[in-house]
Design a binder for this molecule. Sequence first.
Ligand code: F6P
Length: 503
Amino acid sequence: MTTNNGFDLLHAHAQRLQGMDIPTLLAAEPDRVKRLALKVGPLYVNFARQTYDRTALDALLELAARRDVAGGFARQFGGERINITEDRAVLHSALRGDVGTTPVALAARAEASAVLTQMGALVKALEAGTVTDIVSVGIGGSDLGPRLVADALRPASGARFRVHFVSNVDGAAMQRTLATLDPATTAGILISKTFGTQETLLNGSILRDWLGGSERLYAVSANPERAAKAFDIAAERVLPMWDWVGGRYSLWSAVGFPIALAIGFERFGQLLEGAAEMDAHAASAPLEHNLPVLHALTDIWNRNVLGHATHAVMTYDQRLALLPAYLQQLVMESLGKRVKLDGSPVDADTVPVWWGGAGTDVQHSFFQALHQGSSIVPADFIGCVHSDHPYAINHQALLANLLAQTEALANGQDSEDPHRQYPGGRPSTLILLDALTPHALGALIAMYEHAVYVQSLIWDINAFDQFGVELGKQLASQLLPALQGEAVEITDPMTREVLAQLR
Ligand code: F6P
């Protein structure tokens, strides 16, 4: 079937390349390992173990040009209301730098800078006080980013605060966290863009009651009045955010307050600088040297041309163990769409399932399936050149494993015994950070953010709304009274039956 989605030519390239394995591609293009490597600030990324050749990549770049990716970046950074279903600008770049120079972007930047200063003062005041533990309450974008970055960058010992995160409405999460803490030396941060999220409101109430009031309670919200009122929090302890910051793009805003407490305000600033460096790169690098663009086109190749249904992220750094969970929200909430901007059906598959884990642990769990399973799983392998611990041999072993796995997956190995045969042909992208610094992590996360946006431009979908999560939330709030014993009319027979069993 011929479609006008631009993938037909790419399919023809895939046909042409059929039977050409990764070692053959590497041999056929001697400059490949260098040509497909990009160095952007603290990141080195190599796409040589993907399965496109130079001509197929040119066709992918041609598609990106036709979809006006460069113009898309300009519209985003300039503060155009590209989130058309909610009529909002998308300006997380203004939280970390000045890549956008329009009056809208500059106004956002000024607001963000003022709040950053306010946040710095709160961090300083807390550091000077007697609080030892922080409990951060939020969910989704109000949790995953801060949780990832705080865990990745916190010092191995000697941190000023222990920062704990509670997201799930399951009371066991809050119970276990509070059981280890003393209310007299604990402060709480309630993070919710809307301040209407059930989980955060329920957990926030538990925390306030346990603290004995709101004196050591802080809030971050795009609805600061609601936050202050609902929890009786003094205005100077409520940090604002704005509707032009999407929840899953918000760790750079005051949503990052727990990060600044976990790693220090100065290092939070370095995180922002790293992201700003990636913004500047995305905005100015030509498509063929543009890291987020190449990452996105690689994902398009694997998803739309080769038809791979999942994408894995393997972090060869234990401190990045939460990255797959973070990326699941960033990528799948952004790109899990089935209609285009104009409401018509998308004429290609959109987001694959993203998943992953930390090497070397996962080598001993699901890697069997990656090497010999019947489905091919394209993967990002992420490691750090330098470690921050004193165990040099462990770091060398970690990197040896990273290299070994990517080579084995790509090249495979023949055997007369089919059980011992490795088919190879399993593509991966190698991502190396100089070291796990705030700057490098900021650049890495921003790279993924921009790659998400590029894919949304290719598919012509909105990466910045998430209406798909609403129906379940509505049903849950209708069912809660039924679980509390109220007579509620339930139309679904299965739900009615299970409720009867639960009662
Ligand atoms: O689950 C959907 C969602 O709206 C996410 O997009 C968001 O990050 C999360 O809920 C939390 O929302 P809020 O910050 O408003 O509490």
